[in-house]
Design a protein around this ligand. Structure first.
Ligand code: NAP
Length: 165
């Protein structure tokens, strides 16, 4: 497992543009193959929690991971739960909260770790990542991503941890 330091218990995992955008028209407004690989490496074997729109944009449960979809309306072919609290009660640890905006906003109060890919772009979009309070989360790791031909933009890989109060 590619965790540095203490493994997370409840983590947010997101790719966020410089203007806070995470989504546009139900999809992600960039192609970053390296980030998808990082997402896979971090989450494989664990539980993913996502909102209904994010699940529908992916279209299926991701292999090798338990997927819990938060929605008021049960869906065929995937486990659904009515709230983030229900998801957190059902999930083993570590659990990864994979968006969208409300899952991130509600999950921020519950998370000990944020795996953030900072995408060096400012695309138009309709979905944004919530503000991270620097008094609550500290960046413990920041590395320049290795851009390949399959990546639209430069990017940095950050790990933030909840400060001990
Ligand atoms: N860049 C990234 O890392 C990243 C990650 C994830 C998603 N995205 C993008 O973000 C967009 C989707 O995000 P979104 O914010 O629009 O939608 P979303 O959170 O994926 O889905 C919204 C729906 O999920 C359910 N839901 C979410 N939070 C809930 C809660 N706390 N309690 C109960 N139900 C809840 C509701 O479903 P019902 O209406 O069915 O009740 C709600 O309408 C897409 O563009 C996607 O590609 C980007």
């Amino acid at each position: 497992m590619p965790f540095e330091g203490d493994p997370p218990r409840v983590a947010l995992i997101a790719a966020v543009a410089e203007n806070g955008v995470i989504g546009a028209d139900g999809g992600i407004p960039w192609r970053l193959s390296s980030d998808l690989k990082r997402f896979k490496a971090l989450t494989m074997g664990h539980t993913l929690v996502m909102g209904r729109a994010t699940f529908q944009s992916i279209g299926r449960p991701l292999p090798g991971r338990r997927t819990l979809v938060v929605t008021r309306t049960p869906l065929a072919g995937v486990e659904t739960v009515p709230s983030l609290d229900a998801a957190l009660a059902a999930a083993a640890r570590p659990v990864f909260l994979a968006g969208g905006a409300r899952i991130y906003a509600e999950g921020m109060a519950r998370a000990d770790t944020i795996f953030l890919t900072r995408v060096h772009a400012a695309p138009d979009g309709d979905t944004r990542f919530p503000t991270i309070d620097p008094a609550v989360f500290a960046c413990v790791l920041e590395a320049k991503g290795e851009r390949t031909e399959a990546d639209d933009h430069e990017f940095d890989l950050l790990v933030l941890k909840r400060r001990v109060s």
